[in-house]
Design a protein. Structure first.
Lengths: 362, 355
């Protein structure tokens, strides 16, 4: 539905007419917001006054609500900057809907870490992007956990920025990690701007992608309960478990084995909740080797396959496989190393007959 | 030969789609009002199965070219589309000469069913037209019945749009090389055991109930067991494909764990074929042992890397260069060269289900 041809109602005689594209963008953003969160997000936005907010009736059709908001924005002479901020608020709340890729920045050898200056960072970032591309919309928003959110809408030399396909960047200034989503083609430009603004030397994409950005942060910031991979099984730790009233005639078969599996699983996965990722992909280029009695494939070529695991909560699902009897315990390190290695895309090649994951690029 | 079986009350709905063997078919949400179930009069003689079990060996279908009278356009229409599979019991007093009459009757039936509950003037034409036509060339042997294509076209209601009819639903019946599985079929019966549908399920239900009412047959959803999916994976991987080869992909779903987990295992087509060629030894024939060995090889290669027993999971989908099949009974065939081969296997599954 295009905004053209629609008269601006309620415009004051200030001589300001809000840009139609801005109005339409605000309208569509408000339409996306679930009804029960509209007031909360508009309040967070801090663009409409309290009295203005009170005039909005959230119990009518969403189409009507968004219309009312647009009219109020017209009164306040909203520009694209304000519209972008509302969009950022929406996307921060629903940040786990997008697919995020993790990038890591590196310093050159011998370089020192300067203290971070936010104003400096913003200035340099904008300058770097704008010098390459005139038509960009750049907005910043800071959050309590030292996260800097950057929203970039890309245009070309001749076209205005496309607000509907904006890229989002989350940068934690105390770390070398950057989380980027919805990036289509302007990767080099963005990377260059990030490196320049943060005083780093280089940036590379990690093989780590997921929707739940909070879990990605847990993985790279090592905020999950870590395990120390040992080769000596430790005895099962005592836990305060009330003894069940079980009929003594019932014997659990394989009790020892079950306990061993639990204990090994715990060692390998740790006690706490696993970080939430949705998929893992393995590109295998190892030699085929079946059971010794299978006289198969004497060729010297690798057996190429691609294995993809997907689940709403992959690591928890993998953790439950051995207790369910569908996998051996301990599970393969290829799977259990995901949080530790901070990657979920792997390329596995044969190396001297011993299986190992090589951290090759894509 | 008299028709056996009791004629049920037309209005009583069928009990959840039970097949004669007592196996429940997948819940489809369609409620066919069934009439009779054909139980006697058709004896199935299968030389290599016992009690409805899967055969221990199958002949590799030669890439049988379609018969000369095949219409390439119609055949092309069947390819690269997702079809939902049904098995159909033999139809009573179906006549190939009456296709035009059937088209007319079915058109009226579909229009009437569609208008149910709508406040529309009686006789108002919703622009629905059903055509039944033959699909020539889809035969495995000369004894096979000619395949039938049913299409529902809807005339656009908007005045300024092109008044051409747009096909909104298609379904086709066929029976490829079914004759060696069906013996002593009485004269009045036509065996078109496999039915494939594409389009809205509401139309499938309407067309299905018309056929059931008119020809006293019974449709049931044809699901594909993991065992048969494994057969498909093995047999289709072994097929020679001239053009672009696609990976052999197996999709497994892991049951019995709190979070659902899906595993996709895609093997490079050349490597998969190389493995199959090493396994498959009997010329012209595929045995159960060979299929098992092929799958076990894939499972053990997987286990070696991930320590997960794929054999404990459930195979739900198989995709190859030839075709892809899903356990719910969905199929997509990609090459006309292998159309007959795939349909032969599906016909066998359909007949085995209605046995």
């Amino acid at each position: 539905m295009s905004a053209s041809g629609r008269r601006r109602r309620g415009a004051l005689d200030s001589g300001f007419t809000m840009d139609e594209t801005v109005a339409e963008y605000i309208r569509r953003t408000v339409l996306k917001i679930p009804r029960h969160q509209i007031m909360e997000m508009l309040t967070m936005w801090e663009f409409l006054s309290k009295t203005q907010l009170e005039t909005i009736n959230v119990h009518q059709l969403k189409e009507r609500i968004s219309q009312e908001v647009v009219e109020l924005c017209e009164e306040n002479s909203a520009s694209i900057k304000q519209a972008a901020i509302l969009d950022m608020i929406y996307n921060y709340t629903y940040r786990n809907k997008k697919v995020w890729t993790v990038y890591q920045m590196t310093k050159a050898a011998g370089e020192e870490t300067d203290s971070f200056n936010l104003a400096d960072f913003k200035y340099k970032f904008k300058r770097s992007l704008r010098s390459a591309l005139k038509n960009v919309t750049i907005n910043f928003r800071e959050y309590e956990d030292n996260a800097i959110w950057i929203r970039i809408a890309w245009g070309t030399q001749y076209t205005k920025p496309n607000q509907y396909k904006a890229t989002y960047v989350v940068y934690h200034s105390q770390t070398p990690y950057v989380f980027i989503s919805s990036l289509r083609s302007s990767i080099p430009l963005l990377c260059q701007a990030l490196v320049h603004a943060s005083n780093y030397h280089d940036i590379h994409e990690m093989e780590l992608r997921s929707r739940c950005i909070d879990s990605l942060k847990d993985i790279v910031f090592k905020r999950y309960s870590q395990t120390f991979q040992t080769y000596h099984p430790r005895p099962l730790q005592e836990r305060n478990v009330a003894p069940e009233k079980v009929d003594p005639r019932i014997i659990q078969e394989n009790k020892r084995e079950k306990e061993r599996i639990q204990s090994v699983n715990q060692e390998v996965f740790g006690e706490g909740l696993q970080p939430k990722i949705e998929f893992a992909q393995y590109k295998l280029e190892t030699m085929f080797k079946g059971e010794p009695e299978m006289d198969i494939l004497t060729e010297k070529e690798p057996f190429r396959c691609v294995v993809k695991f997907s689940s709403p909560h992959l690591l928890e699902a993998l953790k439950s496989l051995a207790p369910a009897g569908m996998a051996d315990a301990p599970l393969s390190p290829l799977l259990t190393c995901i949080p530790q290695k901070a990657r979920n895309y792997f390329k596995i090649k044969e190396r001297k007959g011993i299986l190992s994951a090589s951290c090759l690029g894509p | 030969m008299r028709r056996s079986g009791r004629r049920q009350d037309m209005d009583t709905p069928d009990s959840g789609g039970m097949t004669p063997l007592g196996r429940k078919t997948a819940e489809t949400g369609i409620n066919f009002t069934s009439t009779t179930r054909f139980s006697r009069g058709l004896t199935f003689i299968r030389t290599h199965t016992l009690f409805g079990q899967s055969p221990t060996r199958r002949i590799i279908p030669q890439t049988s070219l379609l018969q000369e009278n095949a219409d390439p356009q119609k055949i092309a229409f069947l390819l690269r589309k997702q079809w939902t599979l049904y098995s159909v019991t033999p139809m009573y007093k179906f006549s190939y000469g009456n296709l035009k009459e059937y088209s007319r009757l079915l058109s009226a039936f579909v229009a009437a069913e569609k208008q149910k509950g709508l406040a529309v003037e009686v006789g108002n034409d919703l622009g629905i037209k059903v055509t039944l036509s033959t699909l020539l060339g889809l035969k495995g042997t000369d004894q096979d019945q000619v395949a039938i294509l049913v299409q529902i076209a809807s005339r656009s209601q908007l005045p300024f749009e092109n008044a051409e009819n747009k096909v909104v639903w298609s379904g086709w019946f066929c029976c490829i090389s079914g004759d060696d599985l069906l013996e002593s079929v009485p004269e009045d019966f036509t065996c078109l055991s496999l039915f494939l549908a594409n389009g809205a399920e509401s139309y499938t239900a309407i067309v299905g109930s018309w056929f059931q009412k008119t020809f006293d047959c019974y449709f049931s959803r044809l699901t594909i067991s993991p065992l048969n999916l494994a057969w498909m994976a093995a047999m289709w991987t072994g097929c020679k494909v001239d053009s672009h080869m696609a990976a052999t992909e197996l999709v497994f779903s892991v049951p019995c764990i709190p979070q659902s987990l899906d595993i996709s295992y895609a093997i490079h087509p050349e490597d998969a074929k190389a493995l199959w060629d090493t396994v498959q030894k009997t010329p012209g024939e595929v045995t159960q042992e060979e299929v098992n060995l092929f799958m076990d090889c894939l499972y053990s290669h997987f286990h070696r890397h991930f320590k997960i027993h794929l054999s404990a999971t459930r195979l739900v989908k198989v995709s190859t260069s030839i075709a892809s099949a899903h356990c719910d009974g969905n199929i997509k065939i990609l090459h006309s060269k292998h159309l007959i081969g795939v349909l032969t296997l599906l016909t066998e599954l359909a007949i085995s289900q209605i046995q």
